[in-house]
Write a protein that binds this ligand. Structure first.
Ligand code: F6P
Length: 337
């Protein structure tokens, strides 16, 4: 008996009877797979699950309904989120968080699972800090810009969706000997851009943390023409201002004879059936989130690091920025000679 004592956890007995589950921020493919995992794990442990619709908006406006085991059928392969999602400006104010907490308590909810990005986690963290409602976060965003996890639900699908489009653009770029600037999503982050850039054989990748001057780009294009290249693909993350690819094309035109075509991939990157990778990740994180609540834990994000499920304090997740490693950008440059 003694040799197993090491494995006995010192958490209190499960007191969770009803979990509130919501998706928040931008939707991401695989959110439904995570919902399915949370609901089915919870019900298997005799815990009820209440779906909260449109994220924090539904929490404030009391848009909630119980979720059943069988409702989870045939959603693992669906993009979007059956719980809908939203970005709530009201939830940034303490008075609305108090209303939300009252709604949760009168619905008998004694634990929350939040599927979203770091903005959504700030709200979850506040519910724990101000109202002591236990919360567990699951990272779900196509941007992959959440500190403490190598991967977020939806990132792999978004990269593959963008790549699919870029492969097609390459055909027409090659036929016409053209330059294309392809704009991918990523408000503050360059993860989609750098991954898509390497996988799509791009010559240059522009991200919020890799600012390249127009003169450098023109120089690179001239060099590549001198080496015999007839077409080029440049990738840019949208940054704070979607449509910046047009500004870049104008700037290149004004400094050279190059006429770059623009393709903005936009919100198609947020939709579609999740890849196997995202479905598996969502299933693992969803099940682990319920286990964490059962063990009496709170204010944690369940993530993945070096292929292992990890628990990271939400106070850390929401304070730190995930570093973007520019080595993929350098690799794309080197391999696109
Ligand atoms: O969810 C992340 C994201 O898709 C970013 O890449 C993008 O900048 C932003 O959301 C767009 O948000 P919205 O659809 O609310 O305009």
């Amino acid at each position: 008996m003694i040799k197993y004592a090491f494995f006995i956890k010192s958490y209190p007995m499960n007191t969770i009877k009803k979990i509130g589950l919501f998706t928040s921020g931008g939707d991401a493919p695989g959110m439904n797979a995570a919902i399915r995992a949370v609901v089915r794990t919870a019900i298997s442990h005799q815990i009820e699950v209440v779906g909260i619709y449109q994220g924090y908006i539904g929490m404030i406006e009391n848009k909630m309904a119980p979720l059943q085991m069988r409702e989870m059928a045939n959603i693992i392969q669906r993009g979007g989120t059956i719980l809908k999602t939203g970005r709530s400006a009201e939830f940034l104010k303490a008075e609305f968080r108090t209303t939300a907490a009252k709604n949760l308590k009168s619905a008998g909810i004694d634990g929350l699972v939040c599927i979203g990005g770091d903005g959504s986690f700030k709200g979850a963290q506040a519910l724990w800090a101000e109202h002591r409602i236990p919360v567990i976060g699951i990272p779900g965003t196509i941007d992959n810009d959440v500190y403490g996890t190598d991967d977020t639900i939806g990132f792999d699908t978004a990269v593959n969706t963008a790549l699919n489009a870029i492969d097609k653009i390459r055909d027409t770029a090659d036929s016409h000997d053209r330059i294309f600037i392809v704009e991918v999503m990523g408000r503050n982050s360059g993860f989609i851009a750098s991954h898509v850039g390497v996988a799509g054989g791009a010559e240059e990748i522009l991200t919020p943390d890799n600012v390249v001057t127009v003169s450098k780009i023109v120089e690179m294009l001239k060099d590549s023409r001198a080496r015999g290249k007839t077409s080029s693909i440049l990738i840019t993350a949208e940054g704070q201002k979607p449509g910046r690819a047009y500004d870049l094309a104008d700037a290149i035109r004004s400094k050279s004879n190059f006429d770059a075509k623009v393709c903005i991939l936009g919100h198609q990157q947020r939709g579609g059936s999740p890849t196997a990778h995202d479905r598996i990740l969502a299933s693992q994180l969803g099940a682990a989130a319920v286990q964490a609540l059962i063990q009496g834990k709170s204010n944690l994000m369940i993530g993945i690091a070096a292929d292992k499920i990890v628990e990271v304090d939400l106070d850390v997740v929401t304070k730190k920025l995930k570093p973007h490693d520019n080595s993929l950008i350098n690799l794309a440059r080197m391999l696109s000679v």
